[in-house]
Design a protein around this ligand. Structure first.
Ligand code: GDD
Length: 346
């Protein structure tokens, strides 16, 4: 019989990529959705249309009894804990729920494994994040953050994720559970939600091209991110659970680009050369040829504290896991804009 995998947050960006990868590898895939849903609910139905092979489980990360029941029934070989409140900006608005779900929820999954007596069988992957570093300059300037860099989270989300990172490590060190963290830098693609900046840009570019939208409003244009393709990163998650000894790994591209860079490449895909005019909240992205304003700044998108620069050093994962990203930054932007052009044209 094939291995059994249980993915929490299966409905999110990475959940879809990972479910497909594991199914293709012969796994029986169980996916968790939250709340009072049933398999007949439209959201579950929509998911099952795309991923008919996923067996849906309805439970909630904050409910230890539900998590324990799920783990006891499935007896998974591998658990991928991808569920979280994952939007950094939103976490400032709902910091307590973020702590409950994104932080304490991790302990519930680990406890469910222990209470089920599966601590010697079930391997656990925790979706840790580059947001734990906080992007402060004193932290390995220039070289990129690796597994030994200092943490200094800058949002309730980052703080909650840091708790998740340490409790995962603590269960590994205390109980010998095969429990690891993937410290993943930003990863994007056609499955990304439009509340994240890359998808917001690719969608807007497609809609502007098709005359469905006039312009795009953004927040902090100066932030820099290490952006890879989500499809490449789920392969790294799986590899982390296939090693002789459990350990934590950074997955990143080793390159960083600003929001402005992303906009420029995305608009190039529809034949528009952007020119930047003004500064601060008055900055504008203008179509060089027509003079039309396509991008303006809306301070509502600013965050109370910002992570200015993220750059990862994936050398440990490359050396020990044989992992390497396949899709580079220009290919990622192209893939996303092309996907949204197709979607918006229908
Ligand atoms: N969302 C959003 N919307 N962000 C904007 C906007 C806007 O209109 N304008 C500028 N930004 C800036 C944000 O201030 C941030 O600096 C950057 O764009 C990226 O924002 P997001 O795409 O929302 O992602 P993130 O970097 O905050 O967090 C993502 O990556 C983390 C890994 O580093 C999320 O996927 C997290 O869950 C993940 O852990």
């Amino acid at each position: 019989m094939g291995k059994r995998a249980f993915i929490t947050g299966v409905n999110g960006q990475d959940g879809g990529h990972l479910a497909k990868l594991l199914h293709d590898k012969g796994y029986e895939v169980y996916g968790m959705m939250r709340g009072q849903l049933e398999a007949s609910h439209p959201r579950a139905q929509k998911f099952l249309t795309e991923f008919p092979y996923v067996k849906l489980v309805f439970a909630d990360l904050v409910d230890l009894s539900a998590m324990t029941r799920a783990i006891q029934e499935i007896k998974p070989d591998e658990v991928y804990n991808l569920a979280a409140i994952s939007h950094v900006g939103y976490s400032f608005k709902d910091p307590i729920l973020t702590a409950e779900v994104t932080g304490k929820g991790v302990t519930n999954v680990l406890e469910a494994i222990r209470l089920s007596g599966l601590d010697k069988k079930t391997k656990f992957y925790q979706a840790s994040t580059s947001e734990m570093y906080g992007g402060l300059d004193y932290n390995r300037p220039g070289k990129g953050y690796n597994e030994n860099a200092l943490f200094h989270p800058r949002s309730p989300y980052g703080v909650a994720k840091l708790y998740g990172y340490w409790i995962t490590r603590n269960y590994r060190e205390s109980y010998g559970i095969y429990a690891v963290s993937g410290i993943l830098f930003n990863h994007e693609g056609e499955r990304r939600g439009p509340e994240f900046v890359t998808r917001k840009i690719s969608q807007a570019v497609a809609r502007i091209k098709l005359g469905k939208q006039d312009k795009l409003e953004l927040g902090n244009m100066d932030a820099k991110r290490d952006w890879g393709y989500a499809g490449d990163y789920v392969e790294g998650m799986w590899l982390m659970l296939q090693q002789d000894t459990p350990d934590d790994y950074v997955l990143a591209t080793g390159e960083t680009h600003s929001i402005r860079d992303f906009c420029e490449l995305a608009f190039k895909e529809i034949g528009v050369d952007l020119e930047w005019q003004g500064s601060g909240v008055n900055e504008k992205g203008v179509d060089k040829k027509s003079g039309k304003t396509l991008i303006t700044i809306n301070p509502d998108y600013f965050r109370p504290a910002e992570v200015d620069l993220l750059l990862g050093d994936p050398s440990k994962a490359e050396k020990e896991l044989g992992w390497k990203r396949k899709i580079d930054f220009p290919a990622l932007v192209k893939l996303m804009v092309e996907y949204d052009l197709g979607l918006e044209s229908n």
